[in-house]
Write a protein that binds this ligand. Sequence first.
Ligand code: FAD
Length: 498
Amino acid sequence: MRKRSWWGWGWDDQAVVGKDLDDLAQRVSQYLPLDGHVTPVPVLDGLPKPALPQPPVESRGDTEARAAHTHGKAFRDVVRNLNADLKRPPEWVIYPQHEEDITRVFEWAIANNAKVIPFGGGSSVTGGIEYRGDEPFVSLDLSALDGVLDIDEVNLAVRAQGGIFGPALEAQLKPHELTLRHYPQSFEFSTFGGWIATRAGGHYATGYTHIDDLVQSVRIVTPSGVSEAQRVPANGAGPEPDRMWLGSEGSFGVISEAWARVQRRPTFKSSASITFSGYSESVAAVKEIAQSGLNPANCRLLDPIEAMLNTATPSATLILGFESADHPVDTALGRAVEICHGHGGEVSTKDEAGQWRGAFLKAPYLRDGLVRLGVVVETFETACLWSGFQQLHEAIVEALSPALVTCRFTHVYPDGPAPYFTVYAAGQRGGELELWDDLKARASHVLLAHGATITHHHAVGRDHLPWYRPSPPFLAAMRAVKQTLDPHNILNPGVLHL
Ligand SMILES: Cc1cc2nc3c(=O)[nH]c(=O)nc-3n(C[C@H](O)[C@H](O)[C@H](O)COP(=O)(O)OP(=O)(O)OC[C@H]3O[C@@H](n4cnc5c(N)ncnc54)[C@H](O)[C@@H]3O)c2cc1C
C-alpha cells in the first residue's frame, strides 16, 4: 500500500530526497543563497488525547490521522508541518460511510459544541480545512463516499459521490470512452466534492475551465436537511440553486453527490509550442487567440523565466493544443499558429509541451524539497481584464522585488487571462512564514489595487479573507443563508466571512 505524505504533497515515496535533493540544492544555489541545511521530517510525538468523546460514526483519534488533517498543502502548511507545529489538530477524524452518518455527526457536534470541517483531499492552499477558532473541532473526511453511482451515456453525465478522487472518477468513465476532463494540478489528491466546494479550475482547457461549467446538479446535506437541484440542461426558473453550493467551502453543508456533464474522450489531437522574442508580443497573440472563437484545449503562456525553469527554453513560450472526439483539429491549430506568426511567434522544434507537463506534475514535490532547503517558494493566482494585465504584471514584479517572480497563464478567456505567479525568495530559518506573509500581503494589495480577483481558482478559505470583500448586501444575504442552513454554526466557521 502506498502511503500519503502527512507533512507535504502526494505520495511519501515521491518526495525529493537523497541525491535528487542534493541536485536540486546545487541547481537552486546558482540563483539563491542556501545555508546547506536540510530540514528533517519530524517524528511525531503523540498529540494530547482528543478533548471530545468519540463520535458515533467511524472515526480515528490517533496522532497520524489527526496530524494529516491539521493543515492543507500550501507553503505555510508544509513549513508548519516540518516544524512539527501542530497546535490545532482536529480532535477526531470522522469517516462517514453514507449520508445518514453525516447527519448523525451534525447532531453529535451540536450536542458537544464541536465544529465540523468537511475534508475532501485536504489539498486546500488557503487554510480552508484549518479551524482557527477556540472551540474543539473534528475533521469530516469524506473519502469513504467514493462511488460512481450512475453513468448516463444518453445525456452524457455522471453521478458521483463527493469524496471520490480525480483518478478513481476518470478510471470509471474510461471504459465508457467518456471523461469529465477536469484536471486541476491537484487532480490526483483532490475530490469531486472538494472541486465543487471550492469552484476549482481545471487545466488543459479554455472555455469550460471551472467545475461550475460542468456541474449539472448538486446534492448537499445541511444541518437543516438535504437539498438537491433539478437535473436539466439549463434552467431559467429563478436564481440557480447549484450556484449557492458552488464555492460554499463547506460552510453551508456537505456535498454528498453531484451530477456533472461528461464528454466523449478526444481522439483527434494537435499541438504546437510557439516561442516569441518578446513577452508583450506573446501576450498579444494569446489575447487574439482567446478572442478568435477557436477555443484551444490548451493555451498556456509561460513567461521567459517560467519557460527557462521548466523547459530550458529562454523565451516566452506558448503551449497550444486542440482536441476533439468528433473532427480533425489541424485546421484550428493552423489558424492559431498563423495568429502567433502575426505577432512574431515561431513554432518550436523542441517538445516544450511534454517537458512542461512533466515539470508541472513534479512541481509540488520539488516545492516541498525547496522548503526543506530553506527556500520561500509559493504561488498565487488571479484573473484580470486584458486591458489591465501589463500594468498588473509590472506592479507585481516591482512589489515583490528582490524575490524572483515568474508568471504563466493557466487559463485565458476572451475578456482576460488568469495569470499564475510563482515566487522564489531566500528564506531565513525560522522567518519563512513571516517573509511569505509579507510577500503575499504585498501581492494581494497589488491585485486589489489593479481590479484583479484575489483568486481565480484557489478559493477564499481563511488566508484570502482580508482581500475577499463581497458587497455588504451580498454578505448579509450569505450570512442569512448560513444562519438558515446551519443555525448552530458548526460547519467550517470563518471561511467566506461566515
Ligand atoms: C499542488 C497543488 C495544486 C493545486 N492545483 C489546483 C488547480 O489546478 N486548480 C484548482 O482549482 N485548485 C488547485 N489547488 C487547490 C485545491 O486542490 C483545490 O481547491 C481543490 O478543489 C480542493 O479539493 P479537495 O478535495 O482537496 O478539498 P479540501 O482541500 O479537502 O477542502 C477544500 C474546501 O472545500 C470544503 N470541502 C471539501 N469537500 C467538501 C464536500 N464534499 N462538501 C462540502 N465542502 C467540502 C472544505 O471544507 C474546504 O473548505 C491545488 C492545490 C495544491 C496543493
